[in-house]
Write a protein that binds this ligand. Sequence first.
Ligand SMILES: [Fe+2]
Ligand SMILES: [Fe+2]
Length: 245
Amino acid sequence: MNTDTSPLLQDSFAPPALPGWPRLQAQWVNDIKRAALRQLHSSNAGERLLLRIYLIGEQATEIALQRDLVTEPPDWLVQQMDQHLAEEQEHVRAFGAALAERGEDNEAYSHAQPDWLSRRKIAQWHAIARCYEASFANGLLVPAFAIGLCAEQMATRVLERHVLLLNEMPESHPLQPLLVRVLADEGRHVRLCSDTLTRLIEPYEQLAFKKMLDEIRTIDRSWSVTGAIGLLLIGLIFRLRPDRS
Ligand SMILES: [Fe+2]
Ligand SMILES: [Fe+2]
């Protein structure tokens, strides 16, 4: 077990400051997604879609953590992973309850799959995990938690954007307490993944880790503009539909 906390490793956990084109791209994604959120909040169907996206995203987090990569965690990780999973399951229940309050049967989503773009991204992340497995003494655990770190940072970014937008609305929104609570949990999960990686990575593995993390983040960004535009188009369609219930 490694307890090294070198600045190189700690720096690599934080989302990098993006240069030039990627920074512009991230700004576009943020602007387009803010516009999409405004459109989706203007109809009940749009709000239900947002809740479905969150619910399915939470289910995918569980799947990624639970089954796909970490089949036999070491003893010191078992309790932590169980607790983390329990919190993600609580998020699934909370989004399901919010859907039920809006008249939607969330049982229909108990076996739902993430959208095509998300599935493609997860598949690419898993390919990177297999590729780097042999680079670490702790094998797949390191890429699994690196992917977890990126997924939790992505969830934090998405929820922060949403909460900020709701804060700008003239009246308090009924979804705000739920999103603020989940955001606090996801922020804690980011720290949990960082702390776990600090224990898992040997000093001589840090360069390989940084290279792998760059690849994981590049895949995250490569789909972001497409996803943002898709969400905006759906929001516009819901808003312009004659029946907006
Ligand atoms: Fe979650
Ligand atoms: Fe999480």
